[in-house]
Design a protein around this ligand. Sequence first.
Ligand code: ZN
Ligand code: ZN
Length: 211
Amino acid sequence: MIDLHTHSIFSDGVLIPSELVRRAEYKGLKAIGITDHGDSSNIDFIIPRIVALATELNSVLNIKVLPGIEITHVPPPLIADTVKKARILGAKIVVVHGETLVEPVADGTNAAGLDANIDILAHPGLITEQEALKAKEKGIFLEISARKGHCLSNGHVAKLAKKTGAKLLINTDAHEPGDLIDKNMAKRIVCGAGLNEKDFEIMQANAALFL
Ligand SMILES: [Zn+2]
Ligand SMILES: [Zn+2]
């Protein structure tokens, strides 16, 4: 199991990154992305620290740690520039916190994320078909989320991905230890979104492209 979207105490997660990684390793994960919430006020603080820790941990552990960032509640006109800064700082995974049903994410966030140089549009809520097509064209992954609330539109996201050919990932968006899941649970969540076990394998192969 590869999970490319998690949070540590560098934003609103409860674990320091090393414990998050250890718990993921114990859960049987092959790789984990640490993608704390960021805007231009904190990305220069977060990203270099996660990059440095990932380098250390990757030299001694079997689980692979991928440093990233989740650009969160940044006004749409500022997203592209924030993404550029995150890349320069060394983020290997750039996620945009999409228009989830359960938060007042600004309209146009999905579209601005898809226009920028991002890797993953997380929990994109009621993403439109045109936006899903853009994700496919640009090779940006859409997320099936294991997180409560964010998962409410999983079926819609899965359906549009099937229709447009946009590629999917399954991520936990873990903020605490109990949010991490094993492969079996991930498969069940994927099936719960109306997809099947083969789709799950494809989604994990998509995640492996980040290794
Ligand atoms: Zn998010
Ligand atoms: Zn998140």
